[in-house]
Design a protein around this ligand. Structure first.
Ligand code: ADP
Ligand code: MG
Length: 733
């Protein structure tokens, strides 16, 4: 039975409404062992015939049988299978992979047909010996002569080990000596295959071929047997396997680096995408962050983005709480009396200077001072202020030497008996500016805490069955359980003597209620005020109710029901908040209390839109650039399809190739970022990336990039493989 049989087969070409005949009413049959030469002038239909026999092209009329099977119902996939099983092609211009070595070209066929690299090795080397190219096995194909190239193509066709070898003018580009070598080789092969050769030059093949077919104008002019063939065994029932996954990756990766200029260009494109997307994203995050901490609220004075206010279910915080909270990763410090943060105090010499600012604990001052020194005693403080503060910059030297006082928050009194000193000044120039901060000892802070507590408490003073609204002031001269009141109140008492009468004080704030019953033991007047209470300015202070500091403390209980936590890294604020929530505290991040204007909101939407559009534009730019670069790969992919790779496998190879480069680009940039983070290199715009991106952001960006390069390969391969491999090949022939 003939392996190929054509019965009245015709092929027409339709182009621009014109029908041309490729060949018509051809009747031919071919057997294994034949070495057939097809001759005829140019345009006589030889190539068309070979393409139809190879399954590269369809026919329009008649019947073609493969191994006795009629093929009119064959789909493209059936012909793909047929080619893989039956046909090895050799072309006039070789269709080798020029960037591969001789060895790799032959090996490629074996890998595509499911062999391992190890299995392939002996076979490839044997074949190279057979075509006398062993010496050149590691030479790039582009460096070979035409004759050598064609011998590689033959070795490759042999490696595919199909029963039919079809060669379209294999010697067309060769000098006569090389041509002779190629024909001899084909002759040898034909002993156990069917070899069909198209040639212009019949004399060259005459002494080897078993049959001559001459074509003219699409018809057979002559079909002549030249010599007998030895009958050989039918190898028609070949099986084939697909390329293994590991080799798919090896090939894809090899292709990524194979052609250096192509690799460099694609790498540049991916680097461009990677760098622009990552930095754009970082800028976006930066903007988002800056916006998140801008804005205003009317409740808090300290709007630091590092601050979280926490409460403990209306119970006071204890040492254990403080310990647990401070041990959290990102927690920098705790401010126990956090009302202080939102209260401004005045520090003054009661003459020239009135410096307004908020209070912080000296323990939280971790910088160096710019002028002056650190405090040595509990009444020495440090001021941290904006670089262009009028008092604390221009008149700093003067202020450092002044005796100053803190104005009482509650009474506005300036108490000369407890002087303080600003001993050091720190200038800051950060964009976020909360005004001046006074860092002071715990002792001083506690005083404010009491004064503050007084401001935030409702105080009811019951004296002689009446409520009075005099100030309550702590004074060390008053014994515990007693109180000194102004003589002015004595008219209400019997005989104007209030001694042994009682005053009832009740304090209420949001968390607590305290009651205190004090016995009036002394009454002060202008004359005795200094000796009784150590207070000189009677007019200023007359009317106040003086009590013992311990009693005062009990009234304005200093247990903390609300504290503020300051974090080290405001970008990790959310983590700290969830950790605190897990510890069952109620939290309020200061930055969430800020309200930004609607213009800011609109700008934000605009920016997001711009970012998205930018990503889309980037995608298309890269797609078109990569498309142009990959155009040169058309030939490669047609070649491997001709060698037995399916559409799907070719596509996967392309995807692996592009993913290799995109990964390389991504991780190179990651390396640059890393080197920046450990200060080996120092690139400014990378600082933004380092500051604002977290691991999850990198992961997200990585996925976006990989998806983009996957989409690019997907889109490109669709285009590449839309035309059958053979029409792409034909254009090249
Ligand atoms: P040969 O290989 O013998 O030189 P071909 O098989 O290439 O001849 O061409 C046979 C005929 O078919 C010619 O008339 C040629 O113009 C025509 N032909 C070949 N390929 C195409 C094609 N792709 N489109 C239209 N006509 C074609
Ligand atoms: Mg031709």
């Amino acid at each position: 039975m003939s392996i190929i049989k054509l019965k009245n087969v015709s092929k027409f070409y339709y182009s621009k409404g014109v029908i041309t005949s490729g060949f018509s009413k051809i009747n031919l049959s071919f057997d294994m062992g034949e070495f057939v030469a097809i001759t005829g002038e140019s345009g006589s239909g030889k190539s068309t015939l070979l393409n139809v026999i190879s399954g590269l092209d369809s026919y329009d009329e008649g019947e073609m049988y493969i191994n006795g099977e009629e093929t009119s119902h064959y789909t493209e996939k059936d012909f793909e299978d047929y080619r893989r099983k039956y046909v090895g092609n050799i072309f006039q211009n070789f269709n080798l992979v020029n960037s591969y070595t001789v060895y790799q070209n032959v090996e490629l066929v074996l890998l595509l047909n499911g062999k391992s690299k190890k299995e392939s090795k002996k076979e490839v080397l044997d074949l190279l010996k057979k075509v006398d190219l062993y010496k050149f096995r590691n030479t790039k194909v582009s460096k070979l002569s035409g004759g050598q190239k064609q011998r590689v193509a033959i070795a490759r066709a042999l490696a595919k080990d199909t029963p039919i070898i079809i060669a379209d003018e294999p010697t067309g580009n060769l000098d006569s000596r090389s041509a002779k070598g190629v024909i001899k080789l084909l002759n040898e092969i034909s002993k156990y295959k069917l070899v069909i050769v198209v040639t212009h030059n019949f004399e060259q093949v005459e002494e080897y071929v078993t049959r001559k077919i001459k074509m003219h104008d699409g018809r057979i002019l002559e079909d002549k047997k030249i010599k007998d063939i030895e009958s050989i065994e039918d190898k028609a029932n070949q099986t084939y396997k697909n390329i293994t996954t590991i080799n798919k990756f090896k090939l894809g990766i090899r292709n990524a680096f194979n052609i250096i200029p192509k690799f460099v260009l694609i790498m540049l494109v991916y680097l461009f995408i990677t760098v622009s997307i990552i930095s754009e994203y970082a800028t976006f995050k930066e903007q988002e962050y800056i916006e998140s901490k801008s804005g205003n609220n009317y409740v808090f004075n300290n709007n630091s983005d590092k601050r979280i206010i926490i409460k403990n279910n209306n119970t006071p915080f204890n040492e254990k709480d403080y310990e647990n909270i401070t041990s959290l990763d990102n927690v920098d410090y705790i401010i126990k009396n956090d009302l202080l943060l939102d209260t401004k105090i005045n520090i003054t010499d009661n003459e020239n200077y009135w410096i307004n600012g908020s209070v912080n604990n000296i323990e939280n001052f971790k910088d160096k001072v710019d002028i002056g020194r650190l405090p040595k005693s509990s009444n020495e403080i440090i001021a941290e202020t904006n670089i262009d503060d009028y008092y604390l910059n221009d008149q700093a030297e003067d202020i450092l030497n002044k005796t100053l006082y803190i104005q009482n928050l509650y009474t506005a009194e300036i108490k000369k008996s407890s002087p303080i000193k600003i001993v050091g000044i720190k200038y800051k120039k950060s964009i976020q500016d909360y005004g001046t901060i006074f860092y002071m000892s715990e002792e001083l802070i506690d005083k404010f805490a009491l004064e503050l507590s007084q401001i935030y408490s409702d105080i009811n003073i019951l004296f002689k069955d009446k409520y009075i609204d005099n100030h309550i002031i702590s004074n060390e001269k008053v014994p515990k359980g007693e109180t000194y009141i102004s003589n002015d109140l004595s008219y209400q008492c019997k005989n104007e003597n209030c001694s042994d009468e009682h005053i009832l004080i009740e304090t209420l704030n949001i968390y607590t209620k305290e009651n205190l019953d004090l016995k009036i033991t002394k009454m002060y007047n202008k004359q005795n005020m200094q000796s009784l209470l150590d207070i000189s300015d009677f007019d200023e202070n007359n009317g106040n109710i003086y009590i013992n500091p311990d009693d005062y403390n009990n009234l304005f209980n200093k247990e903390n029901y609300q504290i503020s936590v300051f974090v080290k890294d405001p970008l990790k604020l959310e983590n700290t908040i969830s950790a605190l929530k897990n510890m069952n505290y109620q939290t309020l991040a200061l930055k969430d209390t800020l309200v930004s204007s609607s213009i800011v909101q609109a700008l934000k939407i605009l920016k997001t839109t711009v970012t998205i559009i930018l990503c889309i534009v980037l995608f298309f730019i890269s797609y078109f650039v990569i498309k142009v670069i990959l155009k040169s790969r058309n030939k490669y992919f047609s070649t491997i399809r001709m060698l037995g790779a399916t559409k799907k496998i070719s596509k996967q190879l392309l995807i692996i190739e592009l993913l290799t480069v995109s990964n390389l680009a991504f991780f190179s940039f990651m390396l640059v970022i890393y080197l920046n983070s450990i200060n080996i290199i120092n690139i400014k715009f990378i600082h933004t990336i380092l500051t604002y991106l977290k691991f999850s952001d990198y992961l997200l960006l990585y996925i976006i990039l990989i998806m983009m390069s996957y989409l690019i390969s997907q889109k490109f391969s669709k285009k590449l493989f839309k035309n059958s491999a053979m029409s792409t090949l034909r254009e090249e022939i």
